[in-house]
Design a protein around this ligand. Sequence first.
Ligand SMILES: Nc1nc2c(ncn2[C@@H]2O[C@H](COP(=O)(O)OP(=O)(O)OP(=O)(O)O)[C@@H](O)[C@H]2O)c(=O)[nH]1
Ligand SMILES: [Mg+2]
Length: 349
Amino acid sequence: MHDLSKRVLEKEPRAVARALRLIDDRAEPFYEILKDLFPHTGRAYVVGVTGNPGAGKSTLSDRLIEAYRKQGKTVGVIAVDPTSPFSGGAILGDRIRMQRHAEDPGVFIRSVATRGHLGGLSRSARDMVRVLDAYGADVVLVETVGVGQDELEITRTAHTTLVVVAPGMGDEVQAIKAGILECADVFAVNKADRDGVDGAVRDLELMIALGSEAMVAGGKGRGHVVHGRAGAGASAGAGAGWTPPIVRCVATRGEGVAALVEGLERHKAWLEGSEAGRARRRARLAEEVRDGLREALVEAAELALGPRIQEAVRRVDAREVDPYTATEELVAEFREGRATGLNVTAARS
Ligand SMILES: Nc1nc2c(ncn2[C@@H]2O[C@H](COP(=O)(O)OP(=O)(O)OP(=O)(O)O)[C@@H](O)[C@H]2O)c(=O)[nH]1
Ligand SMILES: [Mg+2]
């Protein structure tokens, strides 16, 4: 086992920070560390917190940290910051409203930048969550702005996705509509101290009802509601679907947070206790393995085929061959292991 892995398991905060940085940069020996740590993961409950800019994700996360700390749980936070060009230190100034927990050894906060990121952000976030999991965090919160494909991808690394909506910011519910409904497990309608909360709640209820009908009709979805409106109290029995509960909150005052924690806990119980929930977790792992396989295969193929790839591009460009055949030929060469030989020939000539 790598020394750094050992130190992470011994709960040394600096080792965690270092490991997270390596993973963020995909710098050696990050792979070895991930392998070392994996057997020590699987305990943490991972919550993705997403929603429009300024909806109150950080303020709510801060309250969730507080609530979980009161339960004696340790909390890790990964905040994906879409604006800063650097991942910077541990805390992102004012954007993360969790500073008051910075001195608490039971809380570990780390920010990641989306810009200039090497490789998939979602993959990195998932791996960083694993480090915090191995480190011993009982709960890991991953905050992302709910716009863009990358952000949606990240929510798939979570057990539960909390979507934060705030009224009075224009057509907020419409704005988050695309893609969000499918990944929302719990909704928080934040800023309930403002006008327009009832409207936002109604919009969400309608969206959920319509969405579940569409999912039933289309026979798809991610294990959400299966038979119409199962209601927020959907049982966690085998095969039962899940209807995202809608919780009103005032994050700045901590109102609604207990109900929110309860909603999250119920979703966790559903994931663990129902066949549909377990199927969903398996589907996510399958996705991860496929992602990893794709990455490893492309890497191996690039290594093996080397200049043959550029050569294929040139031939397609010169219209000597169509791109489909060119790809087929590359795959065939890679499969047959002829590529290495060709490389050597190419290098010699
Ligand atoms: N009135 C009111 N204001 C709130 C509430 N929750 C958060 N705010 C304020 O809304 C602003 C944005 O809150 P954040 O927690 O930073 O929101 P965010 O979603 O993390 O924002 P980004 O990370 O920038 O996307 C801050 O000024 C908060 O004080 C609330 O319940 N009521
Ligand atoms: Mg924030």
